[in-house]
Ligand binder design. Structure first.
Ligand SMILES: [Zn+2]
Ligand SMILES: [Zn+2]
Length: 404
């Protein structure tokens, strides 16, 4: 049997890194008032076609979709935000303008071409805040994301932009479509589709020539209305006040259709090429698209799989390895092992072996202590312990061993 293409098992070192990541990310989210939400992996496909946008690659090419036994057209979630919004609206929290702050983590699915560090089942950690319109909340989410990376000691560059609102964005898009006519021959076919449906997406085309040509256009951040401009200026001053370094990337438009005002990405230069390790923004419009009353909504998601490559965990010895020199002592050894497991990490070897063999296995397991029972020790109701870090040895009574 073989694993499916584009999937992977997460175990050993990567699993340890994942636990480390989640403990830091959840602690920081909880400290800032976010609570866990778990939504199903499977949703009606319509949630994503409406929420993520049917023209996006994610929905048009990459979703795992099928008809279930109840004749429902369903999809495995390709991202986390749409489901969290669905839950917020289903509970009618929008009608009461309720402030809700959620964090989530778990598997997402996209049928993409597998590449290094990219999997068809991948893991995301995200935070979503509903009911707050203040630009302080935009800053708050960026600060939270920044704290997580600082705690993980992951270097990054923060890029921010403003995408405008329902007032200034449509005017800008019209203007962009006009400017486009002069340069359209220099753009790729995909961009020719984008300019009608989502003109601002030409700025994140992967094609180099499109990128260079788009520098001729005026950017949305130079065409903001007064309200958007004030918020964008305020956001920058809050970030500076809190010693968060950032650069303004006028090309940053994010891949999805529903963002407005604040958009941001955290970029790492340590993954071969420049890649985004987290991204987010304000998406008040998504609430509207999914049929809710408009409330403030902003969030971010971190791609955990790429992050694992950036986490350096110091290998420290921990736990106790238990071994015996003769089979007749295994019962006693097993009882010590079980009692000690209440307090710390323990390993046991059920087959009796010579001391040197036990020491070797304990070392391989990266145990801090090697605890051995033999005839001498049993006669004194004691156990022999070697500290594999400072190399000291001692014999200690069962009672003292279990207390300490
Ligand atoms: Zn505006
Ligand atoms: Zn293009």
């Amino acid at each position: 049997m073989k694993i499916l293409r584009g999937m992977r098992d997460l175990s050993e070192d990567n699993a340890k890194k994942m636990e480390h990541f989640l403990s830091i990310a959840t602690k920081n989210a909880q400290n800032m008032g976010f609570g866990l939400i778990q939504t199903p992996l499977l949703e009606l496909s319509e949630l994503f076609t409406r929420g993520v946008g049917s023209s996006s690659d994610i929905v048009s090419k990459e979703m795992y979709s099928f008809i279930d036994k109840g004749d429902n057209q369903v999809s495995l979630r390709p991202e986390g935000t749409a489901s969290v919004v669905r839950s917020y609206l289903e509970n009618k929290f929008d009608k009461q303008k309720q402030i809700k702050k959620y964090y989530y983590h778990g598997a997402m699915f996209r049928y993409e071409r597998p590449q290094k560090g990219r999997f068809r089942q991948f893991n995301q950690f995200g935070c979503e805040s509903f009911g707050v319109e203040s630009v302080y909340e935009d800053a708050n989410l960026i600060l939270l994301c920044d704290k997580i990376f600082k705690d993980l000691k992951i270097e990054n560059i923060l890029e921010i932009n403003s995408l405008g609102c329902d007032d200034c964005m449509p005017k800008y898009k019209k203007n962009l479509q006009k400017q486009w006519l002069t340069y359209k021959d220099d753009f790729c076919e995909d961009c020719h589709h984008r300019i009608d449906k989502n003109p601002m997406r030409i700025f994140d085309c992967k094609n180099k020539k499109c990128n260079e040509t788009s520098l001729n256009f005026s950017f949305i951040s130079d065409n903001l209305c007064e309200c958007c401009q004030n918020d964008f200026t305020k956001l920058q001053s809050i970030l500076k006040e809190n010693n968060i370094n950032f650069i303004i990337n006028k090309n940053l438009v994010r891949g999805l259709d529903y963002y407005s005002k604040t958009a941001f990405e955290f970029i790492s230069n340590n993954l071969g090429s420049q890649s985004a390790i987290a991204g987010g923004g304000r998406y008040d419009k998504l609430i509207d698209i999914l049929g809710g009353d408009i409330v403030g909504a902003i969030g971010f998601a971190i791609g955990i799989d790429r992050i694992l490559e950036l986490i350096n965990m110091k290998e420290t010895r921990e736990g106790i390895y238990f071994g015996s020199l003769d089979e007749i002592y295994i019962d006693k050894l097993y009882s010590l092992y079980v009692q000690k497991s209440d307090k710390e990490k323990v390993f046991i070897e059920y087959t009796a072996k010579k001391l040197q063999k036990h020491l070797k296995i304990a070392d391989k397991r990266n145990a801090r202590y090697c605890a051995i029972l033999g005839e001498d020790e049993m006669s004194k109701n004691s156990i022999w312990i070697k500290d594999l870090e400072d190399k000291t040895e001692k014999i200690i009574s069962f009672d003292n061993f279990l207390i300490n």
